[in-house]
Ligand binder design. Structure first.
Ligand code: FES
Length: 128
């Protein structure tokens, strides 16, 4: 079981926050809705998108198979293991820390992600 703390990219963008560890502290100091900021439990091997949906959260997705960028999130802390994906470049995964939540499961007990990262300009051409 892992705890995934999430934050909506739109909030980060709206406040012009830099994507560092501190965004979560900044988010905690704001009175944000559960839909924009919170945490959820993900069981071993479960996909993060699926766990979010079980909690009643509505996160973007389309293919659910690692072939678009709709479900993209920025990994800020911890690690997420992805199944075979065919849309992100190696550097987007290793340097920009982008992960696909539809085929991604937590590998560490604590994970922090900024979901809704499909709004990042460089992912726009791969959003369906
Ligand atoms: Fe298309 Fe996740 S929904 S890659």
């Amino acid at each position: 079981m892992s705890t995934v703390t999430y934050l909506n990219y739109e909030i980060v963008d709206e406040h012009d926050w830099e994507v560092t560890d501190e965004v979560f502290e900044k988010a905690a100091s704001k009175d944000l809705d559960e839909e924009d900021y919170g945490s959820l439990e993900v069981t071993e091997g479960q996909y993060i998108l699926e766990a979010a949906e079980q909690e009643g959260l509505v996160w973007p997705f389309s293919c659910r198979a690692g072939a678009c960028a709709n479900c993209a999130a920025i990994l800020v802390e911890g690690e997420i293991e992805m199944d075979m994906q065919q849309i992100l470049s190696d550097s987007e995964v290793s340097e920009e820390n982008i992960r696909l939540t539809c085929i991604g499961s937590p590998e560490t007990d604590e994970v922090k992600i900024i979901y809704n990262a499909k709004h990042l300009p460089y992912l726009q051409n791969r959003v369906i």
